[in-house]
Ligand binder design. Structure first.
Ligand code: MG
Ligand code: MG
Length: 249
């Protein structure tokens, strides 16, 4: 069942989303060669706690950190570590969730560390654009898979591939609620979008092939062909006329 949020719930989700955006601002400012992913995680966690929120991901199904930080061929769910030191030319996907008064915000962004290759730059631009192309379909009376289809079409037209194993989701009182939102598929399928639905849309796009595998740590998903991967996510509210981004300042 897809929950329709009340005005009160939407206000709390906007607060949660703003805290996630604040934490992203800190992450972005600190991503540079020489910093460990653990240090970035700790800075993110501090922002969340200072704003009277709780990291959504810490202890979620046993995840050991506040943020997922995934480098280069890592797609999602990278575990922050003192031993993972960022290098010039890395692309760094940072996924952050925060709970404010019981409600979640969830947003991911891939950042450039120092000077990155032209191919990496293009992948970041293309993946962000695939998110916003999908969001253009996020409006009342469209079907859920209209978003999915728009993302896939945009990314594949650029010659990239769409990860199948991980998908977007509803969110609110829970980090993951109905519906699941694949970043691929035929248009015109699935539930009709209604004002008050809150959704996390999150394309994960690979430069090479779509196949991924999970490493022995049980969390980190990587591309099988070791090509780089990008991840852009916003939590949004469906409105009468379109959508509103919740995970913004
Ligand atoms: Mg996320
Ligand atoms: Mg998410």
């Amino acid at each position: 069942m897809i929950n329709i949020k009340s005005n009160r719930e939407i206000l709390l989700m906007k607060k949660a989303g703003r805290i996630v955006a604040l934490a992203h601002k800190t992450a972005k400012e600190n991503i540079k060669p020489g910093i460990s992913t653990k240090k970035i995680n700790d800075l993110i966690e501090n922002v969340i706690l200072e704003n009277d929120a709780i990291p959504s991901f810490k202890n979620y199904n046993g995840f050991p950190a506040a943020a997922c930080i995934s480098i280069n061929e890592e797609v999602v769910h990278g575990i922050p570590s003192k031993k993972r030191i960022l290098k010039d030319g890395d692309i760094v996907s940072v996924d952050i969730g925060a709970i404010y008064k019981g409600y979640h915000g969830d947003s991911a962004w891939t950042y450039a560390c120092g000077k990155i290759s032209e191919a990496a730059k293009a992948l970041l631009v293309g993946t962000e654009a695939s998110l916003f192309t999908g969001l253009e379909m996020a409006k009342a009376n469209n079907r859920l898979s209209d978003i999915s289809h728009a993302i896939q079409k945009y990314a594949e037209n650029l010659g990239y591939s769409v990860v199948r194993e991980f998908v977007g989701h509803g969110l609110g009182r829970n980090l993951h609620e109905d519906p699941q939102i694949p970043n691929f598929g035929l248009p015109g399928r699935g539930p009709k979008l209604k004002p008050g639905m809150t959704l996390a849309i999150e394309p994960m796009i690979n430069l090479g092939n779509k196949e991924v595998k999970v490493l022995a740590d049980g969390w980190t998903a990587v591309t099988r062909d070791k090509s780089i991967s990008a991840h852009f996510e916003h939590s949004i509210l469906i409105t009468k006329t379109g959508y509103e981004i919740l995970t913004k300042l």
